[in-house]
Design a protein around this ligand. Structure first.
Ligand SMILES: Cc1ncc(COP(=O)(O)O)c(C=O)c1O
Length: 395
C-alpha cells in the first residue's frame, strides 16, 4: 500500500515531536474569547489570546454583525473582481486608510494572505528583499514565493541591515521587510533607523503591524505612529484577527499605486473568496470603538507594565520592553512544558512556545495581556507564576 510508507514516517515523526516536548496540544474552549475562558478543566484566566483590546466578544460589535448579516448576508460566493465587492468592503478599505493615514488599502482574508500576495507581486528577479531574521512566518513564506534576491539581516541589527543594503546595490528595486512588533519577542522594530537606511540606500519599507494596529501609538495607529515614521513607511500589512475584534481578515495599506497594482495582480486577492460581510461589518465597528475609547489602550498598556515589572521582580527572565506580549524565558523545552502545565493546573491559561515557532533552546511562556484583565486577575497570575516557577525550579 502506497500509504504505509508515509504512515510509518508520520508515526515516528509524531513520536519524536512528543518525546522532545514539542507537541502542540489544543485546549478546547467552550464559549467566547474573554479574559476568562471555560475549558474542559474549568474556568481559566486567559493570558494567551491576541485579544489586546478585549473586543473579541464585545456586545456592540456582535450587534453590528447581526444587523450586517441581515443587510448584507452571510457570504458572497465570489472573489472581489467578479461579484464579491459590496459597499461595506469599500467602506472598510477607506476607513482603514483614514485610520492609518495611508493613501489606500486592499483587504485580504488574513494577514498571512496579505503577506503571501505582496512580495511576488511587486518584486521580480532583478529586485531584492531584505528581511529581519525574526519576521513572521507569513513574511518568510511570502518572500519564498518571490524571485527577488533574498537577504536576511540579524534581528533589529542596523549594521547588518546596512551591509545587506550594500550587497544589493545592483538591484532594480529593494524592499526592507520587518514586523512592527515581533510576535515571539514583544520588541519593537527600530523603524526610525530602518527608514533612515531605506532613504540612504533608496529602498522602500514594508511593516507587518499585526501586533500593533489598534493600540500602539497615541491614536492606536500602530508602530509607525509610535515611532513617528508614519509618512516614511511605504507598505503596512496587518490583521483584523487580533486587536480589531479578533475574528479574521487582513489588509495591505500604503501607497496608492501599490494597492492598485495588488488589486490587479495579487494572487490571494484574485483567486480567493471575498472577505465575509459580517466580518467586514464587525471590523468597521471595532474601528469606531477604538477611536472612541482610548481607555481600552490605556488599560492594556497599564496591565502590560504591571505584569512585566511584577514577574521580573520574582526573578524570571523576561525579554525587556513595554508591549503586552511578555515572553517569560524558560529556554529548556521540557521544563517549559512542565512550567506551562504547572500554571495551567492552577487555573491560568498560558501556552508553552517551542521549536519550530521559536529557535531550539529558546522555549518560553508567552504571556499576552488584554485591556480586559483586572488587577485581581493579574495578581492571581503573578502568584501562580511564582508557585509554578519554584515547583519546576526555574526561579
Ligand atoms: C506578525 C504577524 N503577521 C501575520 C500574522 C497572520 O495574521 P492572520 O491571522 O491574519 O493571518 C500573524 C499572526 O499570528 C502575525 O503575528
Amino acid at each position: 500500500m502506497a500509504y504505509s510508507g508515509i504512515k510509518n514516517w508520520l508515526d515516528s515523526s509524531l513520536r519524536e515531536i512528543r518525546d522532545s516536548g514539542l507537541y502542540k496540544d489544543e485546549k478546547l474552549i467552550k464559549g467566547s474569547q474573554n479574559s476568562e475562558v471555560n475549558t474542559l478543566d474549568g474556568t481559566n484566566i486567559n493570558f494567551c489570546a491576541n485579544n489586546y483590546l478585549g473586543l473579541a466578544d464585545n456586545v456592540e460589535i456582535m450587534d453590528a454583525v447581526i444587523s450586517g448579516l441581515e443587510t448584507h448576508g452571510f457570504g458572497m460566493a465570489s472573489v472581489r473582481f467578479i461579484c464579491g465587492t459590496q459597499d461595506i468592503h469599500r467602506e472598510l478599505e477607506e476607513r482603514i486608510s483614514r485610520f492609518l493615514g495611508t493613501e489606500d488599502t486592499i483587504l485580504y482574508n488574513s494577514c498571512f494572505d496579505a503577506n503571501a500576495g505582496l512580495f511576488e507581486t511587486l518584486l521580480s528577479a532583478e529586485d531584492a528583499v531584505i528581511s529581519d531574521s525574526l519576521n513572521h512566518a507569513s513574511i518568510i513564506d511570502g518572500v519564498r514565493l518571490c524571485k527577488a534576491q533574498r537577504k536576511v539581516f540579524r534581528h533589529a541589527d542596523m549594521r547588518d541591515l546596512e551591509e545587506r543594503l550594500k550587497e544589493t546595490r545592483s538591484a532594480r528595486f529593494r524592499m526592507i521587510a520587518t514586523d512592527g512588533v515581533f510576535s515571539m519577542q514583544g520588541d519593537i522594530a527600530p523603524l526610525n533607523e530602518i527608514c533612515d537606511l531605506a532613504e540612504k540606500y533608496d529602498a522602500i519599507v514594508m511593516v507587518d503591524d499585526s501586533h500593533a494596529t489598534g493600540f500602539m501609538g497615541v491614536n492606536g495607529r500602530g508602530t509607525p505612529e509610535e515611532m513617528g515614521v508614519s509618512e516614511r513607511v511605504d507598505i503596512i500589512t496587518s490583521t483584523m484577527g487580533k486587536a480589531l475584534g479578533g475574528a479574521s481578515g487582513g489588509f495591505t495599506s500604503g501607497r496608492k499605486e501599490i494597492v492598485e497594482y495588488l488589486r490587479q495582480r495579487s494572487r490571494p486577492y484574485l483567486f480567493s473568496n471575498t472577505i465575509a460581510p459580517p466580518i467586514v461589518v464587525g471590523a468597521l465597528k471595532a474601528l469606531d470603538l477604538i477611536e472612541n475609547h482610548p481607555e481600552y489602550r490605556k488599560n492594556l498598556m497599564d496591565n502590560a507594565k504591571y505584569f512585566r515589572s511584577r514577574v521580573s521582580s520574582l526573578g524570571f527572565e523576561v525579554i525587556p520592553g513595554y508591549h503586552p506580549i511578555v515572553p517569560v524565558m524558560i529556554r529548556d523545552e521540557i521544563k517549559n512544558v512542565e512550567m506551562a502545565n504547572a500554571i495551567n493546573n492552577r487555573g491560568i491559561f498560558v501556552v508553552a512556545f517551542s521549536f519550530p515557532v521559536v529557535p531550539r533552546g529558546e522555549a518560553r511562556i508567552r504571556v499576552q495581556l488584554s485591556s480586559l484583565h483586572t488587577r485581581t486577575q493579574l495578581d492571581k497570575a503573578i502568584s501562580v507564576f511564582e508557585e509554578a516557577g519554584r515547583e519546576v525550579g526555574v526561579i
